[in-house]
Write a protein that binds this ligand. Structure first.
Ligand SMILES: [Zn+2]
Length: 386
């Protein structure tokens, strides 16, 4: 059933369903909070419910989409005329001469193909994180499209809903155009912004939206979702959920990865870097092997795993046997690791790893990043430790 497609977030769902039942759905919403907590999924489900031809009511009179009518099917496939879903697109070959032209107009066939594939993935899983190379801006052409839509009446019965995903990526020009749309009263339309960087949105926009905070998801809800939706074995699902850190889509990043192998590889490299003497050739060997991967995903995952390992080591060094750690299956190993480096500044080392992850996202040479971060970890150790 429809709302059960959403992982957790029962408080938010309840408040939206009550608003719908009482005819109090807001003109503008800002769904904010960590990425992968279900902001887009809830927005899409709300849009579907508001347009369902035969919505169901529970005993409290709260609505739910039927998931079976023509409108629900259209909504699920992003083909509903009342529902718009807007997201970042790559810049075209040149600046548009006509600002009213379609935002897709200047893109190459390959780019359009990727966009189509990403939309299909998003349609089949509303938690899918749309990933289009060089797409970093929501352009004014996308927002102008809404304005044209807003002035037309709803094509089908129901309510028009415009969702702007990762709305902080609107250009200044787009944000200004959006603000105008938000300020003009239109009946029968709801504008929903979703963002994991609310602070980047102009106050003028935020103040005109009802803001709903999406808290991080509990590990057990993420693990249960991975088992039910992706067929992951429970033990693996628990580990992936822990690595997801409250984000279902982040946990899903680990689906195609052999996490245990990646963790083993990166921790081995760290151990090589922290060896007392004769560490150079072993360290270089690890760095060469690990940075040779074609895509950057594995490097990002390895750094995430390294970060969690160092956090666990810090926990262990502070709380000892009472430590609550992420790498639950490696408890003894982490205990030994923390004991081997009694004065290590694990917190500072974790910061160095976070900086390295940021450099990967900026496309800095991965071999250099890995070598630098491992050497920084080494030099942070007090002399007696190394
Ligand atoms: Zn329906």
């Amino acid at each position: 059933m429809a709302w059960s497609n959403i992982i957790g977030q029962s408080r938010i769902i309840s408040s939206l369903r009550h608003a719908a039942a009482d005819g109090r759905v807001a003109h503008g919403y800002c769904f904010w909070g960590t990425a992968g907590a279900g902001k887009d999924a809830v927005a899409l489900e709300l849009a579907k419910m508001m347009n369902c031809l035969v919505p169901r009511r529970d005993k409290d009179g709260l609505l739910e989409a039927c998931d079976e009518c023509k409108s629900c099917h259209q909504a699920d496939k992003f083909e509903h005329p009342n529902i718009r879903f807007i997201f970042s697109l790559p810049a075209g070959k040149s600046a548009p001469a006509d600002r009213d032209e379609s935002p897709l107009f200047r893109l190459s066939d390959d780019q359009i193909k990727i966009i189509r594939e990403q939309m299909e993935l998003k349609a089949s899983d509303h938690y899918h994180d749309i990933d289009i190379p060089n797409a970093a801006q929501i352009k004014i052409a996308s927002i102008r499209d809404i304005k044209k839509n807003v002035t037309m009446s709803a094509v089908q019965s129901g309510m028009r809903v415009v969702i702007i995903s990762e709305a902080d990526q609107m250009t200044d020009e787009a944000a200004n155009a959006f603000l105008k749309t938000l300020e003009e009263p239109h009946s029968n339309i709801t504008l929903i912004l979703t963002t994991s960087r609310r602070e980047q949105l102009p106050q003028t926009i935020l103040s005109r939206c009802q803001q709903l905070y999406f808290p991080v998801l509990p590990d057990d809800e993420i693990a249960a979702a991975l088992v039910a939706r992706r067929g992951v074995a429970l033990e693996d699902a628990r580990l992936m959920a822990a690595f997801g850190q409250g984000s279902y889509s982040r946990a899903c990043d680990f689906l195609n990865e052999d996490m245990r192998r990646s963790r083993h590889d990166i921790i081995d490299a760290l151990r090589a870097a922290l060896k007392r003497s004769e560490y150079r050739s072993a360290l270089l060997h690890h760095v060469e092997t690990l940075s040779g991967e074609k895509d950057r995903t594995r490097m990002e995952i390895m750094l995430a795993l390294l970060l969690l390992w160092l956090r666990d080591a810090y926990e262990m060094s502070v709380a000892g046997a009472a430590a609550v750690i992420t790498n639950v299956d490696q408890r003894q190993s982490i205990e030994r690791f923390a004991a081997a480096f009694p004065d290590a500044p694990f917190g500072d080392m974790a910061i160095a790893v976070e900086e390295a992850a940021e450099a990967v996202r900026r496309n800095v040479d991965r071999r250099l990043i890995l070598l630098t971060v491992l050497l920084r970890c080494r030099y942070m150790l007090p002399q007696g430790n190394r």
